[in-house]
Structure formats: structure tokens, C-alpha cells
Ligand binder design. Sequence first.
Ligand code: SF4
Length: 227
Amino acid sequence: MEILAEIPFVLDPLALMKPLRIEPGSGDESDLLALIDVARQVGKPKAVYTESFVEGRDGDTVDIGGITFTSRTLNRNLATAERVFPMIATCGVEMDAAFPACGDMVQEFWWDLIKTHLLGAAHKYLDEALHRKFRLGKTATMRPGSGDASIWPIDQQRGLFALLGGVEAAIGVRLTDSFLMVPNKTTSGILFPTEVDFRSCEVCHRETCPSRHAPFNKELWDAMQHD
Ligand code: SF4
């Protein structure tokens, strides 16, 4: 497993104030700036990845690095892939320990947004590192628990963590009994080379998700059910 622990990030106060509708010169602005200062001091976004190989496919399962994953969609997406990259990116455990305004729900919300920016920096750094090192072309990513529950059940986080090995010791990210990751602003998944676009939102029925970045694709959904 490779560890990326020195990930740079930029926190632009104006870019954060805009979605929060915070007015320049207001008391809220100074509270937010104080949070940004803390985040700049303690924030340590991180990522881990490994290089793994598809060893077998059988109906709804895919064997990767000695671990069997059960997901028809994963099987379908990895139909032509041989080498894949299990990975985790996080805003960093330091952020949870450093939140300076416990009990203030508004500032907790702002802090979560700052954490999201750190996670975004970790994603970008990891993606660029993988593409540069392995000379990857077009890729897509699947994440356990992302989209409809049946697409890739969240309990297979356990297999993904096992594939990486020693994640908590490396970057502090741990899995809860319900397979959620701590810190909350952490993502996991498998990145794979592909010539075909795939985004989990295309096979997710959730109608009111604010993070949706692709419309539901009924044709693709039907194909996933019947292949
Ligand atoms: S629509 Fe929302 S919940 Fe569904 S996969 Fe996309 S981001 Fe996730």
C-alpha cells in the first residue's frame, strides 16, 4: 500500500463564504476565518492506494487480490480490466480532533464544508498521482455503498479495507460496525481503466440528492439488471 500523507490544499475564504451566504465584514465572516485558520494549521488530507489485479470473474462476483467482491455492476465494469487501484482519500483525522467550536451547530456545518474541501484536495492529488505513475488514460471509479444499495453493498467496505491492509495505522481512517468511515469526509473505492463512462449517480434512484452529478440512466440500469 502506498501512503500519500503530504497533500497540499488551498482554502479560499471567498469560495467558502459564497455557498454559506456569509456577508463580507459580518461576524459570521470572522468566525469562518477563524475556522479556516485552524484548518490551515492542523489540516492533513491523506490518501492510500494499492495496485491490484483481477484474478477471476464469475456471474456476480469479481476476485481481486485474493478477495471476492459481489456486485454485478462491478463485474460488468471490470469486464475488460486487469489492473485496478483500490484507494481511500480523507480530509484527515486531525480535523475531527481540532474542531474549536463544539456545540455550535452552524459552525459544525461550516467545519464539515472545510473538511469537504480538504477531501477534494486529497481526491485530486490521488487521482493525479495514479494517472502520472501508472500512465493511465480514461478511468472510472466505483465505491461500495454509493448509489442504490444493491449496486455494490456497503458491507463490502470490509473487503476493500482488507485489500489495502493496515488503513487505520497508515492514515487513521477506521470502519464502524455499520461500515461507515471515520472521519466522515472520507471516500473509498476502486479506480479502474475504462473506455466507457461510468458514474454511480447514473444507477442511483435517489431523487433529491444535492451531490448528484449525472442523471439517472434507465437504459444503463436495465442493462445492469439483465446482463
Ligand atoms: S445521486 Fe447522490 S447518493 Fe446517488 S450516487 Fe450520486 S451522489 Fe451518491
